[in-house]
Design a protein around this ligand. Structure first.
Ligand SMILES: Cc1cc2nc3c(=O)[nH]c(=O)nc-3n(C[C@H](O)[C@H](O)[C@H](O)COP(=O)(O)OP(=O)(O)OC[C@H]3O[C@@H](n4cnc5c(N)ncnc54)[C@H](O)[C@@H]3O)c2cc1C
Length: 402
């Protein structure tokens, strides 16, 4: 079927953090990009109200955002660095704290906590300097069968776009993935996360992010700039629904009662929402004329704070492989290029998903001999310098690039 849509080298559906990063990456290489986003980000200024959704960005993600010209905007607005990462189990007997200085590479931080919309907005601002990137504020509606000359998609506003390659960056519920008929492998944790943005009584815990594992699920503290934090309480879907509907004052009391003393006192709960937790992995990262990145390809349990960090690695790898392919004279939708991307990224993402499943099971299980084993394991890790440094490097940078 022929397509008379507006021509582009690559059409990216979804201008969230990952899709916008890929658009900036390819746009800065001079590629003609169409970026389709249903809900373009609202600008965030230093005095704007905080947005609820935040992410722990590791150092590699910050370096990538810096290369794309977005990090300086994030840093100039607000980003909370952390130099320690604390992990312990429900009774506090198995405890491990990672310090940035243990990396011995002069790093002052392990990562930063940043609002998702601020990251997205900074990437969109970086796109202003890319004249070959055209943004379409509309929703992807349907996709034509690919032809030998690329593929064509239709937008809800009636426009059609043609790309030599179409990228699905439209998140966990990716419509593009569904219309391409790519099935998912799903692990439902039967757990929900209550995410709350709170004002703390004291700002002294600002440079640490911590997680306590309980039989109910992990509890996490992510520091924000000033006396603020983002709290995540993993629990059963029923309890999460109940908590998310509590009046703010009762929810504040519930957090203080359930969370460990390290939380300190809470002044107020300002925003909250609950999210079902599922890990999913697309059976294929690519099809004819189509490739998947970010949450459209994979989601993992958010307890490790790795979801978008992995998505940035997808964007970085795809940008690099596409640039190398065109330098060799290959088309962007050449199946060997897309297979190389799929091979490289699936391995990485699968490894992180499996590690998360094992860590979560190891920490939450109360069944003998796991409580004893984890205490031994953490004690060992505390004293085994190289093993601890390896885990730390993995947390702050992710696995080495393939
Ligand atoms: C509770 C929780 C905590 C988390 N914490 C962390 C953390 O600390 N660190 C971390 O790395 N990750 C974290 N994550 C994961 C992280 O939020 C995701 O991995 C990340 O948002 C994925 O980015 P994305 O751009 O792939 O997808 P999304 O953020 O979902 O973006 C998709 C974009 O596509 C657009 N879109 C969707 N459909 C269409 C359509 N049909 N047409 C046009 N546009 C469309 C949407 O509007 C959106 O802008 C967490 C997740 C959860 C649930």
């Amino acid at each position: 079927m022929s397509c008379s849509g507006i021509p582009h080298d690559v059409v990216i559906v979804g201008g969230g953090m990952v899709g916008a990063a890929l658009a900036a990456d390819l746009g800065q290489r001079g590629w003609r990009i169409g970026l389709v986003e249903a809900a373009p980000p609202q600008p965030i200024e230093p005095d704007s109200a905080y947005r609820l959704r935040v992410s722990a960005l590791n150092r590699r993600a910050a370096d990538y955002l810096d290369r794309l010209g977005a990090w300086h905007r994030i840093a100039a607005t607000r980003a909370c660095p952390y130099d320690r990462l604390g992990v312990w189990d429900g009774n506090g007997r198995a405890r491990l704290t990672f310090h940035a200085e243990e990396l011995r590479d002069g790093a002052r931080y392990l990562g930063h906590i940043v609002e998702n919309e601020l990251v997205q907005g900074a990437l969109w601002a970086a796109l202003d300097a890319c004249p070959t990137v055209v943004r379409y504020a509309s929703r992807y509606a349907s996709r034509l069968s690919p032809s030998p000359f690329g593929a064509c998609i239709h937008l809800e506003d009636g426009r059609s776009l043609h790309g030599n390659l179409i990228v699905a960056a439209d998140g966990a519920h990716s419509r593009l993935r569904q219309t391409a008929g790519i099935p998912l492998q799903v692990r439902d944790y039967r757990q929900s996360a209550v995410v709350a943005q709170v004002r703390t009584r004291t700002p002294q815990q600002q440079s640490i992010t911590w997680q306590r594992f309980t039989a109910e699920g992990p509890q996490a503290f992510l520091p924000l700039v000033g006396p603020r934090a983002s709290l995540v309480w993993y629990t059963t879907p029923d309890r999460a629904r109940h908590l998310a509907e509590l009046p703010a004052e009762q929810l504040r009391e519930a957090f203080e009662a359930a969370f460990p003393a390290e939380l300190g006192g809470l002044e107020a709960v300002e925003q909250r929402a609950s999210f079902p937790i599922r890990a999913q992995h697309a059976h294929a990262y690519a099809g004819p004329g189509l490739v998947l990145v970010g949450d459209a390809a994979h989601t993992i349990h958010p307890l490790a704070g790795q979801g978008v960090n992995l998505g940035f690695r997808d964007a970085e790898a795809l940008g690099r492989l596409l640039a190398e392919a065109t330098a060799r004279g290959q088309a962007p939708d050449d199946p060997t290029v897309l297979s190389a991307y799929a091979r490289e990224r699936r391995r990485d993402n699968q490894l992180m998903q499996s590690s998360m499943t094992a860590i979560r099971a190891g920490f939450e299980s109360q069944r003998w001999p796991l409580p004893a084993l984890r205490q031994c394991g953490l004690r060992l890790a505390r004293h085994a310098g190289p093993a601890k440094r390896l885990a730390l490097r993995y947390a702050s940078e992710g696995p080495p690039l393939g």
